[in-house]
Design a protein around this ligand. Structure first.
Ligand code: ATP
Ligand code: MG
Length: 415
């Protein structure tokens, strides 16, 4: 027996209607906000992520699926979507299109992580990116898109956490304050955080280890170190969110895992899906486009993990879509009946009706059982008598009642 790679999943037919429902919901909502879909390659040059995500991040340091092709070039299965979108815009000369540029994607991502509930090695993301506006009203709009999606999916307990992580102007001062603070505890920090203290102290705030997160609770807060412009930006954002009726909590310790964020960062956190509780994470990345060789265009986006959305929907008791079931199932007796049923089913399908008939050659009794099993709404038994009379009995499989119908008029029952 060959089994699937650890940390991957098979999404079986009874689950796919739910996945499709989520996919349709995010697509439709994003369209209403002026977003268009973009598709980029599943793998990219490793350098794109090293530069775009950041050399010192966990994603680049520990989590990438990197391989050499036959020509010894280094490629990586995408661990996230933003860097590819930025590359594609630059490469396709789209950075001077009308602003803002708004793009979304539904992709699988790959990260070498410890698989657990809500965390896998291949996972699915819905992501959006907006370029060309540094204004806080853009931040509010992006957050409102995420908020609307979460609401439309029936997720009730996701709380919006927002923070500002400043800009290259004010972050160095904060960084210094953090280093001073954490250096006093360097003996107690986990190995990774002791390393982060040198390379990327902000990331310590993001550490999941109980000791580090306890120490981080009293760390200096970025909001107290924001420069005037970052402070204004953040204040305007909170005003806009309030005016849109979007509730938020200011969470001074949200930093986000990737290096390219500036100013606004946000997460939607669900209280009922366990340790992997961030259903949506996003923020502003004003330096990324330039970092990757493009013009100096500000950007802001977010990504949602589909598995976590599903966990949160289930935890909220959201109504889950069911698999499609036939409107009618023809049970047949004899070859003439099979001929009739095959042609009738074809006509019904042409009219957009899900109809089915026996194609296994079962007994009528087993056919009825099968019709019940696949939750057919109606069943009709067709034999010589029915064909001759041009009439048959239509059985309502939910109510158990039956009625006689003209075969010619049968289709009317299902429209
Ligand atoms: P986490 O804090 O859970 O590690 P992250 O900060 O690494 O998340 P992002 O890179 O911001 O996550 O990805 C955006 C979203 O994608 C997350 O909020 C989450 O819903 C989802 N996600 C990230 N990594 C995984 C994974 N390994 N398995 C499933 N979903 C994931
Ligand atoms: Mg992560």
């Amino acid at each position: 027996m060959i089994s699937k790679p650890r940390g991957t999943m098979d999404i079986m037919p009874e689950e796919t209607p739910l996945w499709r429902f989520i996919e349709n919901t995010v697509r439709e909502t994003a369209s209403k906000y002026g977003y268009e879909e973009i598709r980029t390659p599943t793998f990219e040059s490793t350098e794109l992520f090293a530069r775009g995500v950041g050399d010192s991040t966990d994603v680049v340091q520990k989590e990438m699926y990197t391989f050499e092709d036959r020509e010894h070039r280094s490629f990586t299965l995408r661990p996230e979507g933003t860097a590819s979108v930025v590359r594609a815009l630059i490469e396709n000369g789209r950075c001077s299109d009308a602003m803002p540029l708004r793009l979304y994607y539904l992709i699988s991502c790959f990260r070498y992580e410890k698989p657990q509930a809500g965390r896998s090695r291949e996972f699915f993301q819905f992501g959006t990116e907006m370029f060309g506006s540094a204004d806080p009203s853009a931040d509010a709009t992006v957050i409102s898109l995420a908020n609307e999606i979460i609401g439309s999916l029936g997720i009730k307990d996701a709380v919006l956490h927002i923070n500002s992580i400043g800009c290259p102007e004010c972050r160095p001062g904060y960084r210094k304050a953090l280093v001073d603070y954490f250096t006093d505890y360097s003996g107690e920090l986990c190995d990774s955080c002791r390393e982060r203290l040198k390379t990327n102290p902000l990331r310590i705030l993001d550490c999941k280890s109980p000791v580090c997160s306890e120490i981080a609770k009293k760390a200096p807060k970025m909001i107290d170190y924001l420069c005037g412009e970052c402070k204004d930006h953040f204040e305007s954002l909170t005003e806009y969110l309030s005016s849109m009726g979007i509730r938020y909590e200011i969470d001074p310790y949200i930093v986000r895992g990737l290096d390219y964020y500036t100013r606004t960062v946000f997460e939607f956190i669900s209280g009922s899906i366990g340790a992997q509780s961030t259903v949506c994470g996003g923020g502003r990345y004003d330096g990324l486009m330039k970092e990757l060789g493009g013009p100096d265009l500000p950007g802001i986006g977010f990504a949602m993990g589909l598995t976590r959305l599903i966990l949160a929907m289930k935890a909220s008791g959201a109504e889950l879509p069911a698999s499609a079931a036939p409107a009618v199932y023809f049970c047949t007796m004899g070859k003439e009946a099979v001929k009739y049923a095959l042609s009738k089913v074809a006509v019904l399908r042409e009219k957009g009706i899900y109809a089915d008939c026996d194609i296994v050659g079962r007994s009528v009794k087993s056919q009825m059982k099968y019709a019940d099993k696949i939750k057919a709404r109606y069943a009709v038994v067709i034999g010589d008598n029915e064909l001759q009379a041009g009439k048959a009995v239509l059985k309502d499989m939910i109510q158990g009642s039956s009625k006689e119908v003209e075969l010619k008029e049968l289709w009317k029952e299902f429209v």
